[in-house]
Design a protein around this ligand. Structure first.
Ligand SMILES: Cc1cc2nc3c(=O)[nH]c(=O)nc-3n(C[C@H](O)[C@H](O)[C@H](O)COP(=O)(O)OP(=O)(O)OC[C@H]3O[C@@H](n4cnc5c(N)ncnc54)[C@H](O)[C@@H]3O)c2cc1C
Length: 394
């Protein structure tokens, strides 16, 4: 075990700039690898002691975080004006992890390692050096052989993505409790399109915590955010008109924005500065699902480091999926009202395994073609021609 008192406190093997989903995941896998004795500094401006988000993801395999899964569903519901389906998930399950449980789990795991440090400071600069990189904070300066950053600056990315498609997945959710037992704790309502679409993709999802408690989330895929009160108006309307609830209490709130862009995120921002998380391109452009992509990406980084290779690895989708995502993003941007029908066709005409494998980019060409040919072709043809002629796909 390394004794920090004998070390120069500002020199580290690795600095992890941002201790959120990607930063803490990277630290976790490092501590479980042959690199567990390396000196690692995690810097975050926040103490990560609040439940600032909830991660949902489907999987057919156990993850490293089985012990902190709060809710697990074996079926999903899809509701639109074209189709209503309750779909058993077969080998898959839909899992939900609360942010606070994840932060506490990893921090408690790392507390057994004296060579892993977590400090609360605000990072102001990350600079590349000849043989490493330095991180400057409001309180100090730290150096390391490699810096891994998840500090996402939306303005900077929007600027870099100026010639690309840049939409936002923005959502507001309430955890509500009601005296009536109205929710089915076995089933996750993944898409409910029963809300005015306004030529955008708008839907609700409902994550039941018990028969009388659920997270109800209003989600929009569009370029611009709504004015704040409009999220709450839509939530109230859905809860009273669709869920038919008048008597309920809001016990938690969540608001989030996830970029949906065909901008190719650079894997590095300096010779020794590696991008991870959303900043590294881990958010799936057409769905915003990120959590499991982060796990895969940071595990690849750890393997590269273990093998003495440079940990500069892109998290962007392979070119084929980049094209599919771009085509869909272009429809969402210019013709959002088509999305209810497109998603309905996808969920009606394919098995859940085919859909998940397509969205996970693991299905292979045959599976891709099965999904693609199950959808009405016109919007996709138009979007592809539009993309290629306007050169917003590259
Ligand atoms: C509310 C919400 C819900 C989501 N739900 C899902 C979901 O259900 N499924 C899914 O797959 N994805 C989801 N996502 C998308 C994605 O998984 C998360 O955004 C995820 O947290 C991204 O991980 P990250 O490490 O890139 O960023 P973060 O987890 O945001 O970590 C970045 C860290 O950097 C720190 N930081 C920023 N600036 C500085 C600075 N200057 N100095 C020091 N520290 C700094 C922040 O405090 C933060 O801790 C959700 C996102 C949000 C916002």
């Amino acid at each position: 075990m390394i004794n920090f008192n004998n070390l120069k406190m500002t020199d580290f093997d690795y600095i992890i700039a941002g201790g959120g989903a990607a930063g803490l995941s990277l630290a976790f896998y490092l501590s479980n690898s042959s690199l567990k004795n390396k000196k690692v500094l995690i810097i975050d401006k926040d103490q990560k002691n609040k439940n600032d988000r909830t991660w949902g993801f489907w999987t057919s395999r156990p993850t490293a975080f089985e012990s902190i899964i709060s809710y697990r569903y074996k079926k999903i519901e899809f509701i639109s004006k074209f189709t209503n389906r309750t779909i058993p998930l077969g080998d898959y399950s839909y899992n939900v992890i609360q942010g606070i449980d994840f932060y506490q789990f990893i921090k408690s795991h790392l507390s057994a390692f004296t060579n892993f440090r977590f400090i609360n400071e605000a990072i102001t600069q990350i600079n590349d050096l000849e043989s490493g990189a330095e991180v400057i904070t409001n309180l100090g300066k730290y150096t390391a052989g490699w810096v891994f950053s998840s500090l996402y600056d939306e303005k900077e990315i929007v600027k870099a993505a100026v010639s690309k498609l840049y939409l936002r997945q923005h959502f507001k959710g309430w955890v509500i409790e009601t005296p009536k037992q109205v929710f089915d704790p076995e089933s996750f309502r993944m898409f409910d399109f029963r809300t005015p679409q306004e030529n955008q993709m708008r839907f609700f999802y409902v994550i039941p915590h018990s028969k009388n408690r659920a997270l109800v989330e209003f989600t929009i895929f569009s370029e611009n955010l709504l004015e704040k009160p409009l999220y709450e108006i839509a939530l109230k309307q859905y809860i009273s008109e669709i869920l038919k609830l008048d008597d309920y209490q809001i016990v938690e709130e969540e608001f989030g924005i996830i970029p949906m862009t065909n901008y190719r995120f650079p894997a590095q921002r300096g010779k020794h500065i590696v991008n991870i998380g959303t900043l590294g391109g881990s958010s799936k452009p057409s769905s915003g699902y990120t959590f499991l992509r982060i796990q895969k990406h940071v595990q690849k980084i750890v393997r590269a480091l273990e093998n003495g290779k440079k940990p500069i690895i892109s998290a962007n989708s392979p070119i084929k999926y980049h094209l599919y995502d771009s085509v869909l993003l272009n429809i969402l941007k210019n013709n959002g009202s088509q999305s209810e029908r497109i998603f309905s066709e996808m969920f009606k005409n394919n098995t859940i395994r085919q859909i998940f494998r397509f969205l996970d980019e693991t299905g292979g060409l045959k599976n891709d073609l099965k999904i693609i040919t199950s959808l009405s072709p016109m919007p996709f043809l138009k979007s592809t021609i539009n993309l290629l002629t306007r050169k917003i796909f590259s």
